[in-house]
Ligand binder design. Structure first.
Ligand code: AHR
Length: 504
């Protein structure tokens, strides 16, 4: 039996956990909007055409903030196309995904949908084909109370009150040559600075995120972040990170290394941001917005991203997730929680159909993919403050990362209700892991609130429309609570969430 220890102490708190870490992403891509969240005529659709089954699953998934409207789509988007009477909206060719965009869903529909879903919106401004002028006008349309042409236009569209959108992304993946109107770091840094300035003048209450590298393997990674922040450090609050994990090597043991790489990625970007801050002798710290992350590799070829003939809402990158993907998503959530002092917002990309935790059949059913479950558990139990953890665990050697401890864990303590939750991944594929957890000083007399595991003997098992409950969370009966110590047995290749409460 493998054994590990996990120790936390009441006095050693890493950070409050920003609930915006449990965000998601809705892009005008494939069937995410059309046929996903919006499908007039669907049996569950409401009077606005929002699918009721998807709304229900979204609430169950528990995202706190949702990024919209892209993604690569953002870099060619005219926000004006998606507001006002639907019959007057133009039909456009979207050059990001070679699709036809009908604009029947736009900003105001997204705001209405957000309210029904109970999420905060995170909007992006187009810094590809557009720039500062369009960004300030869009912000004025959305957030200005009234008395200007654009705010009055919003009112004529039926929205008397401003939307008050607080979080704005300054473009998307502007370092990527695939981006519509890709920019160099110099060009983008200047554009981000000037856009941020005018947007803040329109609404000083907003938070702004500059684009970091599209992923850690970009040749300009590191230099891009540094150069961009040299321009806009004083005007932005966040820098973005994007990552998509793959198991191209078809080795689960190697695949688990991507979680360590995500942690390294976060720490590297923090170091770069702080280097720019240090050079400026600035007290300000830039926070991280991990606003695209997920598993995506089975549908990563170009034929999954583009369909011929400019179709409307074609099925694009509809990745089917298996049990090992759910474990990696669980591990990624632990990695972000363990960096909660700097990662304040994050978005699982995307929400529905397009690399989505929720899948739908057009005109038919909706179901939960395997990755739905670790995300829903993290959002449900990730409240409060993240503790500093000391982990003592056996490990294994891999090519993807030099040393991978079998135990990967975080502890979130919630003073509001007295609960403490352990999130733990056992990365051994063959052995159970016996973990002794010491919750020092968090209450001598503890009671078990619940213990849930995600585990399947077949790591390639998937959920489908006809078998939607193949991989689901189950109770873990192997937890003993003894004072402030927990003894937990984790199944091989399992993601676990154990909540206890101090009782007096
Ligand atoms: O999420 C799919 C795409 O991946 C997004 O549009 C883009 O930002 C990223 O490259």
């Amino acid at each position: 039996m493998l054994k590990a220890r996990l120790i936390v102490d009441r006095d050693f708190v890493l950070s409050d956990l920003d609930r915006r870490m449990f965000g998601a992403f809705v892009e005008h891509m494939g069937r995410c909007v059309y046929g996903g969240i919006y499908e007039p005529g669907h049996p569950t659709a409401d009077e606005q055409g929002f699918r009721g089954d998807v709304l229900e699953l979204t609430r169950e998934l528990g995202p706190t903030i949702i990024r919209y409207p892209g993604g690569n789509f953002l870099s060619g988007y005219n926000w004006e196309d998606g507001v006002g009477p639907k019959e007057d909206r133009p039909v456009r060719r979207d050059l990001a995904w070679f699709s036809t965009e009908t604009n029947q869903f736009g900003t105001n529909e997204f705001m209405d949908w957000s309210k029904k879903a109970g999420i905060e919106p995170m909007f992006g401004v187009n810094l590809g084909t557009k720039g500062p002028d369009e960004a300030r006008q869009f912000l004025e349309y959305c957030n200005h109370a009234g008395g200007s042409t654009l705010s009055e236009l919003r009112k004529t569209h039926g929205y008397e009150k401003p939307h008050d959108i607080k979080f704005w992304c300054l473009g998307n993946e502007m370092d990527g040559p695939w981006q519509i109107c890709h920019k160099t770091a110099e060009e983008y840094g200047r554009a981000a600075l000037e856009t941020a300035k005018v947007m803040r003048w329109v609404d000083p209450t907003i938070q702004l995120a500059a684009c970091g590298s599209s992923h850690r393997n970009m040749p300009t990674y590191g230099a891009w972040e540094y150069q961009v922040l040299e321009h806009c450090y004083d005007e932005v609050d966040f820098i973005s990170l994007h990552t998509y994990f793959n198991n191209n090597a078809d080795s689960t043991a190697e695949y688990f290394g991507v979680i360590e790489l995500m942690d390294a990625f976060i720490k590297e970007v923090v170091a770069i941001c702080d280097a720019v801050g240090a050079k400026r002798r600035s007290q300000k710290r830039i926070m991280l917005s991990f606003d695209e992350w997920n598993v995506w590799y089975k549908t990563h070829k170009i034929e999954h991203m583009r369909k011929p003939g400019w179709p409307e809402a074609p099925p694009l990158i509809e990745e089917v997730y298996n049990a090992e993907d759910a474990l990696v998503v669980g591990g990624a959530l632990i990695a972000m929680m363990n960096n909660a002092d700097r990662v304040k917002t994050a978005c699982l990309a995307q929400l529905v159909n397009v690399i989505g935790p929720i899948m739908t059949e057009t005109g038919g059913a909706a179901w939960r993919q395997t990755i739905f479950h670790p995300f829903a558990l993290a959002s449900k139990f990730g409240h409060g403050r993240v503790m500093r953890t000391v982990v003592d665990s056996p490990s294994y050697i891999a090519k993807s990362f030099p040393e991978i401890p079998y135990l990967y864990a975080t502890v979130v303590d919630n003073p509001a209700d007295g609960t403490t939750t352990v999130f733990a991944l056992n990365r051994s594929l063959s052995d159970p892991l016996e973990v002794e957890v010491e919750l020092r000083g968090l209450g001598k007399n503890r009671a078990l609130v619940g213990a849930t595991e995600i585990h399947h003997s077949n790591l390639k098992a998937v959920n489908t429309k006809d078998a939607p409950n193949t991989v689901v969370p189950k109770e873990n009966g192997d937890v003993v609570v003894d004072g402030e110590t927990l003894r937990i047995k984790l199944k091989p290749a399992s993601f676990n969430v154990i909540t206890t409460k101090a009782v007096h």
